[in-house]
Design a protein around this ligand. Structure first.
Ligand code: DQQ
Length: 545
């Protein structure tokens, strides 16, 4: 029906149909960005997992390709699970991934492009040596999955990979293996890291970030630690289905990593996103000299609705390069002294360059939203219909922090019902400005309680704090694309992704509004801009049958 059809997004990556989960093996090769992903060819729920595959020139427009890998050996017959790509200095690509065996055990597998001269890397050859790794003693047969991209250890010039697991005391941990040829591996006696009480670590990611304020670039995975380089460790916690990260120091001599601030260690501290976002994975983009972060955005409607609409899940790429915030005073490393609070966060995620989809100059009517008043913005329906149905909207709001009174500004997407208060309104974003001192903590709270008239949805309230450092303006950017709303505060220092399934605020009824629910003051922003966005081209493979 029309309501379910409207929920398909216009500029997020989606397969043509069926279930998708984790992003797999992202890489750049011969002019193309490759995305592989967990995909069920048989339905809109998890199962029969294969590797879907698509390519793009710009991470915005996509061409679907034939499946890259399917379960066809004893070692992956229960699923071709998550993995990562490594590009070797000689240009070779090795893909390491997890297979669920005929007995349901988890093993690590190696595949390489069958025809490296094909820029589209359409055919993959599984290694004769598979499985290249089986669960080591002390590790559960079903607690051993999702190998990372390999990095070169500068001390002995051999490769390292890490694989997430847990121990019998329910501590999450990351095993480290050393290899020279990707066929033979030695388990190192020490763990990369372990955190009590965090349970199974899925989809571990480990990569360097620059701490140089002016660098503005991401780092290749094998960049050696040293001055100006820190390492991020990320785990996806199976227990609570969120992606946690911490910034710390990697010691190549011991192959251990330690967080800069143990109070905000992996799994107990910061998250990439405080809404719906899981199983993410980064890769180094040598063209953009940036680190790109892919994340799986699941549904929060019912399984029944997914089956009815025939698909489930989106992927979103972000720029995840920055260990500090671009163009602004560098937030010191956590715990790094300088008098800053220990949890001064780094902006690791930044909104995608949706700018290329803008189809009209940013519009704004007024910067002041009166007490209990609203400021109607542009349509969220996508005014540019050149590509068969509009895209979404982007909203950017900037306020000088000093002027943050007790006001609330709430951009929401709502039905055009001719009423002052929206009916069937979507998510809200609350920005109470009550900060004082060097680092104000601004709550970021998109609310879904009123996001839909439907009752078989998860409508939990998401929320987090936005640290705003002295001298910074408060800025929020919101991307709306049909059933997804992404909020980025302070250039990505705090992010919240949420899914919405309105029953009324769809098609021409979708709008963006800013609301001021302050007790008694006007809210004046330095600037409020609203763009309508076009759709991306996401095309089928020409002879897919
Ligand atoms: N999804 C994959 C696993 C991974 C999990 C299976 C995370 O490899 O641990 O589809 O969502």
């Amino acid at each position: 029906n029309a309501m379910l059809a409207w929920q398909r997004t216009a500029f997020h990556f989606q397969p043509q149909k069926n279930w998708m989960n984790d992003p797999n093996g992202p890489l750049y090769y011969k002019g193309w960005y490759h995305l592989f992903y967990q995909w069920n060819p048989d339905g809109a729920v998890w199962g029969n997992i294969t590797w879907g595959h698509a390519v793009s020139r710009d991470l915005l427009h996509w061409l679907h390709l034939p499946l890259a890998m399917v379960p066809d050996h004893w070692y992956d017959i229960n699923g071709v699970w998550t993995g990562s790509a490594t590009q070797l200095p000689d240009g070779r690509i090795v893909m390491l991934y997890t297979g669920s065996t005929e007995d349901g055990a988890q093993v690590q597998l190696l595949a390489e492009p069958a025809d490296p001269s094909d820029p589209l890397l359409r055919r993959w050859a599984k290694s004769e040596a598979n499985p290249v790794l089986v669960p080591p003693p002390g590790i559960g047969l079903t607690d051993f999955r999702d190998p990372t991209t390999a990095w070169l250890n500068p001390a002995d010039k051999a490769w390292r990979i890490t694989i997430g697991s847990k121990n019998q005391e329910h501590a999450g941990l990351a095993l480290v293996y050393r290899t020279e040829d990707f066929l033979h591996y030695d388990l190192l006696p020490t763990l990369l890291h372990v955190v009590q009480g965090t349970g199974m670590w899925e989809c571990v990611d480990f990569y360097p970030v620059s701490t140089e304020p002016a660098a503005g670039v991401g780092l290749d995975t094998s960049t050696a630690p040293g001055a100006g380089v820190k390492h991020v460790l990320k785990t996806s916690l199976d227990d609570d289905r969120n992606d946690y990260y911490a910034i710390g120091t990697y010691d190549p001599a011991t192959d251990r990593w330690a967080p800069d601030d143990a109070a905000i260690d992996v799994g107990i501290g910061l998250r990439y996103d405080y809404g719906k976002f899981y199983a993410s994975k980064t890769f180094y983009d040598p063209v953009g000299r940036r680190r790109v972060l892919w994340g799986w955005i699941g549904e929060s409607d019912s399984e029944r609705a997914d089956i009815l609409k025939g698909w489930a899940s989106l992927q979103v790429p972000e720029d995840g390069s920055h260990g500090h915030q671009d163009g602004q005073q560098p937030a010191p490393m956590a715990g790094g002294g300088g008098g800053e609070p220990p949890n001064a966060r780094q902006a690791l995620r930044r909104p995608r360059p949706a700018a290329r989809l803008r189809c009209a100059p940013g519009r704004r009517q007024s910067n002041t939203v009166g007490h209990r008043g609203g400021l109607p913005g542009a349509g969220g329906r996508g005014g540019c219909r050149g590509r068969g149905g509009g895209g979404g909207s982007a909203v950017q709001l900037q306020r000088e922090r000093r002027r943050c009174g007790a006001g609330l500004a709430r951009p929401v997407r709502a039905a055009r019902a001719g009423r002052r208060r929206p009916v069937g309104a979507d998510r809200r974003l609350l920005l109470p400005g009550q900060g004082r001192g060097r680092q104000a903590q601004h709550p970021l709270l998109p609310r879904r309680l009123q996001s839909s008239k439907a009752n078989d949805l998860v409508k939990a309230v998401y929320g987090s704090l936005v640290p705003v450092l002295d001298g910074e303006d408060l800025s929020v950017r919101i991307l709306v694309d049909h059933s997804i709303v992404e909020s980025f505060a302070q250039g990505g220092r705090t992010c919240i992704t949420s899914r919405v399934y309105p029953t009324k605020a769809i098609y021409d009824s979708a709008r963006v509004f800013l609301f001021n629910n302050a007790t008694n003051v006007n809210v004046t922003a330095k600037s409020i801009k609203i763009w309508e966005l076009n759709s991306a081209y996401i095309r089928p493979y020409p002879d897919s049958s």
